[in-house]
Design a protein around this ligand. Sequence first.
Ligand SMILES: Nc1ncnc2c1ncn2[C@@H]1O[C@H](COP(=O)(O)OP(=O)(O)O)[C@@H](O)[C@H]1O
Ligand SMILES: [Mg+2]
Length: 288
Amino acid sequence: MIRCENLVKIYKSEETEVLALQGLDLNVADGEMVCVVGNSGSGKSTLLNMLGGIDKPSAGRLFVDGKDIVRFSNTELIEYKRETVGFVWQNKSRNLIPYMSARQNVELPMILAGKGDPARARELLDMVGLSGHYNSKLAQLSGGEQQRVAIAIALANRPKLLLADEPTGAVDTATAKQIMEVLRRANEETGVTVVIVTHDMKLANQMGRVIAIRDGRTSSEFIMKNGIAMPEFGTQNKEETHDEVIVVDKVGRLQLPGEILEKFGFSGETRVVVSAEEDRIVLTPYKN
Ligand SMILES: Nc1ncnc2c1ncn2[C@@H]1O[C@H](COP(=O)(O)OP(=O)(O)O)[C@@H](O)[C@H]1O
Ligand SMILES: [Mg+2]
């Protein structure tokens, strides 16, 4: 369903350039449910925006459902966003219309796509465990319930891919578990491929497949074994022999990977001597 190859995203403003994704690789099979876990600022939302067709990568390749979505025309993108992906946003107000009922909120995307279907809206609310709340106004629902409505909305037009950005960001642990359960049920019952991003490792541990993202790169992959996240067999060796690719921006700045900083004892500002050899640039820690 998803194939990202060496995905790079640079946010440019007049003053700065932020390297939000630096050569990210990710494969997700059709019907899979995966969790991408990483600290704040590691590039999770950036990745979801690329997958959702909301923003374009600066470099790299990105295929969703076999299609090169980077090359989509505007019309194709609009269609893609309406038909192929469903989004559960981090910011609740982006998902929901407060003065409408739960059922109206879920039916709205269907109406906008020319396929209004009140019965389906009710079915979706049943699936997310809100059978008793068809006619509740959003304001009458708890945070967790609102987030379940948001999941039903995202599923309204039968997307192939459901993207959820910190869907449990604003709720307590018990509610977070319920929301994850709802997403799991959606995955099992409808076969929709689900990608959830979160900074919460404990939450990620409830999932089958967990991918860690660090500094805009998927650093290691874990699969659940007996309830404990374990490094996937063989990943370690693969990574050791893998070339690190980083980006040098147009004014010559680069960001060295944390492992290298650690290995050479860089902390705070450290000077290096730069020398150009025939086919390589060498950075040598400067010693007075
Ligand atoms: N629109 C933007 N303009 C400039 N920098 C951005 C923008 N969006 C995100 N960033 C930066 O990109 C990096 C990754 O951000 P983000 O994808 O939001 O991380 P996460 O969702 O993991 O917290 C951060 O350093 C962030 O400050
Ligand atoms: Mg984010």
